[in-house]
Design a protein around this ligand. Structure first.
Ligand SMILES: NC(=O)c1ccc[n+]([C@@H]2O[C@H](COP(=O)([O-])OP(=O)(O)OC[C@H]3O[C@@H](n4cnc5c(N)ncnc54)[C@H](OP(=O)(O)O)[C@@H]3O)[C@@H](O)[C@H]2O)c1
Length: 252
């Protein structure tokens, strides 16, 4: 299938490892122009090299901590330096936030900012030029936790908020040519991931988790998530606005 992504300008935030790195390589294979963001420069350099080897037309990296910077200002600087983006992928987030369901607002706000608000703040700057151009793809990496509402309550609630944002704002954007969506991974394993050390230890938790929660009875790979993201970024997703798409090995 021809995805027509060649030479498209793609911004990926949270691009140095795991699912984000898989997404970079997915877009690299489509010969896109990439701008990749994370906090760890040496990892970004590795990913940059890998992306160019995999076919990226260009790959620039930017070191930034989106939890510590002024996110609107950062987005403005990206626009000033790289001009408009055709595709933006927001991958930053995770469940390694407070697990205390009785925590105060500070912990809930942190989980929400990490999983949704930092990216939403950037969208307030990145989306208007897309509207002006009449074209854009903005893809958030959510989680199947957003709909299953299991595990860490702060994480699941933050991702549920993100899904609601995608649905409500995505509907507003649909007539403009800007497609806003999310991909909701189930459990994904890769070197250094949450599950990786349990797998290496042969921990019984792994078998128990897979049998009860992933009908496919294995973890997903970053590439399997990237495939859905790359498809959503293409013109082929043109009737899929404002949607949250599970890619989860039949999570249950
Ligand atoms: N792994 C799973 O099983 C799973 C399942 C469902 C959903 N998800 C979602 O998928 C996304 C990626 O998960 P992952 O497991 O691949 O995470 P990860 O291994 O922790 O990678 C996160 C990426 O974001 C970057 N990052 C983290 N904090 C950042 C910050 N403050 N500013 C800029 N960059 C930052 C990290 O690089 P640096 O550390 O270099 O900054 C890294 O490149 C998350 O939104 C997560 O909720 C994951």
């Amino acid at each position: 299938m021809e995805l027509n992504l060649k030479k498209k300008k793609v911004l990926i935030i949270g691009a140095s490892k795991g699912i984000g790195r898989g997404i970079v390589n997915g877009f690299a294979k489509e010969n896109t122009n990439l701008v990749i963001v994370a906090r760890t420069e040496d990892l970004l350099q590795e990913v940059q090299k890998e992306a160019l080897e995999n076919g990226a037309e260009t790959c620039a990296y930017v070191v930034e901590d989106i939890m510590a910077c002024d996110t609107k200002l950062f987005a403005s600087k990206l626009l000033a330096q790289y001009r408009n983006f055709d595709v933006v992928v927001h991958n930053v987030g995770g469940s390694l936030v407070s697990r205390n369901h009785l925590a105060g607002a500070e912990d809930w706000e942190y989980a929400l900012k990490f999983n949704a608000l930092a990216s939403i703040d950037m969208n307030s700057v990145l989306i208007p030029p897309m509207i002006e151009k009449g074209y854009g793809r903005v893809i958030h990496i959510s989680s199947i936790s957003a709909v299953m509402l299991r595990g860490n309550p702060l994480y699941a609630s933050a991702k549920a908020f993100l899904n609601a944002y995608v649905t409500t704002v995505g509907r507003q954007l649909a007539p403009t040519g800007v497609l806003l969506c999310s991909v909701m991974p189930g459990a994904v394993a890769f070197p250094g991931s949450y599950w990786d050390k349990f797998v290496k230890e042969g921990h019984p938790r792994v078998d128990d988790f897979l049998r009860h929660h992933q009908a496919v009875n294995r973890f997903g790979t970053p590439e399997e998530i990237a495939n859905a993201v790359v498809f959503m970024a293409s013109d082929k997703s043109s009737f899929m606005q404002a949607t949250n798409i599970p890619v989860d090995g039949a999570n249950m």
